[in-house]
Design a protein around this ligand. Structure first.
Ligand code: ADP
Ligand code: MG
Length: 556
């Protein structure tokens, strides 16, 4: 993804750059802090089960507008309920995925499990949803352009002094003039977006860098960063304090993601109601993102000393697992109350039919699953695309205000099914590919096709094959500037342009008739270079971050 040169930049939480000596010292200290507080991963290039590298992180937190953050937090229980209702709507899931499963073998395999479970009836009616709704601020929307036009006109006079200055001097001049601006325009260009009539690119525009946020995707399986989200805040709080900015910590929202998610598992364990039963984590063959799983396990043992966590791969469950008389899942001497899937979301996790058999065995068992198969299917990109269509939300949400609020979070999402609408989306993608992302029914990053690569990718598919994919409007988040610290990275780290993606966790527990628990459960922020398409931290492209909440015009 390349950000346009005119992309707005959110104001940073502290003045950069830092003096080189100070930067070197604090970066070295922060790396140790990260390692010693479990903000770490196993190396992919130099793997050893005995060592950890710190996970890439942002030295100081990236700014995020307070109002938009609070809106996202407040909306999460509504999104939880929406997803719970979607997961329990057999007709909707079946119709929505009907074309996709004809061509996408992985989704078809999941759907087959769903079909078999439906045919035999659900052994366990309760599901544990541990969701993460991912979102990005949108800086490119018509309302904002109108706003900028107006604000630019207003700002030209106020910004005259700073307008003459260059780069760093420019910022200093702005600060000296005590000009308060939440954003300024990227100074590397003389161009503005055509639809923004910029009178003066250096005008210190006192207005918003975004109009709203849009949902990137909703995860219903293996929603990671319950530990690394809060851990990022810990590192950055330490760094801000070390740099003499302890007064700024109040703008970093509390983050109880780890507790929120683990308590969710324990609530499900309580519902299962057998004191000796265990919680099972389904893991990959090799867990690089180990801290983000072990800390969950450690939290459970420390907070609820009587509950045991087991970790098993799908292959191991196939080897060891069997059903008891009441269809309870048995692993050797252990009965499993709750299953938390941190694997099973991509084809590579299923080496053979054995792993599919293990998934089916668990699905038909009495254990409470996160996710149950219907929740997994509800989290597919195809379902997200269907939910964004007009009038669909009414099927799942009663309150008109809530429908309106949820409707606003969707950006354009388009079907590529083999019908008139799908063919029109196809033509649109060929005409203006730079506006879109093309997504298959996959999780875990690295699967999407972006912008100019879309036409070739689409042309290689048959009409029918296209229905395994959806098309989505590209979101254009505002930039932040900061130091990204990576293992083996440049020292001192350079200042880079970045964009962030916020994830809001939600826990929802219930069956088709009742929801018994529904709450928002913390957050995580991932930040990537503005030039990168994707920002997976485990995939090596993004970095841990946490939000520094800013109000529109009261920043120092
Ligand atoms: P996955 O399930 O593989 O995580 P996502 O839909 O989250 O798939 O896409 C992966 C990444 O691609 C996101 O984290 C984000 O960085 C980027 N991305 C996805 N959709 C968009 C979009 N509509 N606009 C901008 N970036 C996007
Ligand atoms: Mg994602």
């Amino acid at each position: 993804m390349s950000s346009e040169a005119s992309t707005p930049v959110l104001r940073g939480c502290i003045k950069l750059p830092l003096e080189e000596d100070e930067l070197l010292e604090i970066t070295a200290k922060a790396k140790d802090y990260a390692l010693m507080h479990g903000a770490a991963m196993r190396s992919k290039t130099d793997f050893s089960p005995d060592t950890l590298n710190f996970a890439p992180f942002l030295l100081v937190p990236s700014s995020f507008p307070r109002k938009e953050f609070e809106k996202a937090v407040a909306l999460q229980p509504i999104i939880n309920r929406l997803m719970h209702n979607v997961a329990h709507d057999e007709e909707f899931i079946t119709t929505t995925l009907a074309e996709t499963i004809k061509v996408d073998e992985f989704t078809a395999n999941l759907f087959n499990i769903y079909r078999k479970v439906l045919a035999h009836g659900f052994t366990q009616r309760v599901s544990l949803g541990m969701l993460r709704s991912d979102l990005m601020l949108e800086s490119d929307c018509p309302e904002l352009s109108m706003n900028i036009l107006q604000q630019n006109e207003d700002a030209t006079v106020a910004g005259a002094a700073a307008a003459a200055a260059k780069d760093k001097e420019e910022r200093e001049a702005m600060e000296a003039a005590d000009v308060k601006a939440e954003v300024y325009f990227n100074q590397t260009t003389t161009k503005c977006k055509p639809k923004i009539k910029c009178k003066d690119r250096h005008a210190n525009v006192k207005q918003s860098a975004y109009c709203c946020w849009k949902q990137v995707e909703i995860n219903t399986i293996a929603s990671g960063f319950g530990h690394l989200g809060p851990a990022s805040k810990t590192i950055q709080s330490f760094v801000l304090s070390e740099l003499g900015h302890a007064e700024k910590l109040k703008n970093m929202p509390k983050n109880n993601a780890l507790a929120g998610l683990c308590d969710g598992m324990v609530k499900a364990w309580d519902i299962y109601g057998k004191p000796k039963a265990v919680i099972l984590f389904i893991i990959e063959d090799v867990s690089y993102n180990i801290c983000d799983q072990r800390f969950h396990e450690f939290y459970i043992r420390e907070t609820y000393p009587h509950i045991k966590v087991l970790r098993r791969t799908l292959t191991e469950v196939h080897r060891e697992g069997k059903l008891g008389q009441s269809k309870e899942l048995l692993l050797g001497p252990h009965e499993v109350a709750v299953i938390y899937f941190r694997a099973g979301y991509e084809p590579g996790h299923y080496h053979s039919q054995d792993e599919w058999d293990a998934r089916y065995l668990m699905e038909t068992s009495l254990a409470i699953k996160s996710p149950s198969i219907q929740y997994h299917l509800a989290g597919t990109k195809k379902v997200q695309q269907a939910l964004a269509q007009p009038s669909v939300l009414e099927r799942f949400i009663n309150d008109p205000e809530e429908i309106k609020a949820v409707g606003k979070i969707f950006t354009g999402l388009y079907s590529l099914d083999d019908n008139d609408a799908g063919n029109a989306s196809y033509e649109m993608a060929l005409r203006t590919p730079e506006k879109f992302v093309l997504k298959p029914q996959r999780e875990g990053g690295g699967n999407n096709v972006y912008g100019v690569d879309i036409p070739d990718a689409l042309k290689r598919m048959t009409r029918v094959e296209r229905s395994a994919w959806i098309l989505m409007d590209l979101i254009h988040p505002p930039l932040t500037k900061g130091y990204m610290v990576r293992p083996g990275g440049e020292m001192p780290p350079p200042i880079v342009d970045m964009v962030s993606e916020l994830g809001i966790f939600g826990v929802v527990i219930g069956d088709a008739d009742n929801i018994v628990h529904n709450y928002q459960a913390g957050h995580m922020l991932r930040t990537k270079l503005s030039t990168a398409n994707e920002g997976g931290v485990a995939a090596g492209l993004g970095a841990l971050d946490s939000p520094y909440l800013i109000d529109s015009d009261n920043e120092d």
